[in-house]
Ligand binder design. Structure first.
Ligand SMILES: [Zn+2]
Length: 323
């Protein structure tokens, strides 16, 4: 059983691996890495049916997805989940990433390079590029692709996906407070993420953010959600749980660019994912000059100061969908 994280680390510079990750969690992550390596594990039922791909660990510090994938593996191998029909594929994304970083040191962000040029091999992105090609094979042979992430900053759990019936029929099972729609692909900078490439291949691509990376409370709820997705599609037997409560919807509209000569300082309370903002409200100061929100909505993916330069931005802004 994973113990809940102790509070009181919020104001300390965080090294997720070293300081706030419990030894037990670290041990389980290492065990999962040893079991999976770079393999995609594939389980098939006797009958034909839908194919689901679950990806954990696309970013190195986001271990909840790794543990969910490993729990699915164990359940499928022990028969706790008896797969009757269809197929489940499980893989870990960036198995070389540093435990406390999104990427391997000196490596590239795996979730930005699922691009036609990298998939075809025209553009050489080294080890990560070959990983993209491997994972793309699994995506091509799937119907549903769920990529499990967590956030660096405190945040409720949320889904990033298209909002149509095909997608919502999958993500309706995932524990979440919100759904973030990004039809213009502003967050990925025009494409290149796993859920987007899955959509491009005509699959149902879902990006799930489980909450802050140190928060392990969603392991079992996410596992149960994936089981419900399989029950509903007749892949395993079982009783469907109650649906989680419906979530609010937001649409990504813009970002605040990083400017080295004018450092950005968030206004109080605005450096958290889903912090509400009103049109005209000051969300921070850039080089001492106030920055006003152009919309009614929320702050999304606020970057820590040390991550802003590589991200090229400070945060995104999303508007609230009118019900
Ligand atoms: Zn991530």
């Amino acid at each position: 059983m994973v113990k809940h994280m102790r509070n009181g680390h919020e104001n300390k510079p965080m090294n997720i691996a070293g300081e706030t990750r419990e030894p037990e969690v670290r041990e389980r992550v290492l065990e999962a890495l040893r079991t999976f390596g770079e393999k995609t594990l594939r389980y098939s039922g006797e009958k034909a049916g839908p194919s689901i791909l679950i990806i954990g660990g696309t970013h190195g510090n986001e271990v909840l997805g790794v543990l969910v994938a490993d729990l699915l593996r164990e359940s499928l191998e022990t028969g706790a989940l008896m797969l009757k029909s269809g197929e489940v594929q499980l893989t870990l994304g960036n198995t070389r990433a540093e435990a406390d970083l999104r990427t391997a040191s000196g490596g590239v962000d795996l979730n930005r390079i699922f691009l036609p040029s990298v998939i075809s091999g025209k553009e050489d992105k080294g080890w990560e590029g070959r990983r993209v090609q491997k994972i793309t094979e699994a995506i091509r042979s799937s119907d549903i692709v769920i990529d499990l992430h967590s956030t660096n900053r405190p945040s409720p759990a949320f889904v990033c996906a298209l909002g149509d019936e095909e997608h919502s029929s999958v993500y309706k099972w995932l524990p979440r407070e919100s759904v973030v729609l990004d039809p213009e692909r502003i967050v990925s900078g025009g494409g290149g993420s796993i859920d987007e490439v899955a959509d491009d291949f005509g699959k149902v691509g879902i990006c799930y953010e489980s909450g802050q990376a140190t928060d392990m409370r969603n392991i079992v709820p996410v596992f149960e959600a994936i089981r419900a997705i399989m029950i509903e599609r007749g892949m395993v037997d079982g009783v469907l749980p109650e649906l989680p409560t419906p979530s609010s919807e937001y649409t990504v509209v813009t970002s605040i660019p990083y400017d080295a000569s004018r450092p950005f300082v968030f206004a109080e309370g605005k450096d958290q994912g889903f912090a509400p903002v009103a049109k005209g409200e000051i969300i921070g100061h850039q080089g001492g000059i106030p920055v006003h929100s152009p919309l009614n909505g929320i702050i999304l993916f606020p970057k820590k100061p040390e991550h802003q330069e590589s991200a090229g931005l400070v945060c995104y802004l999303a508007s609230r969908e009118e019900a």
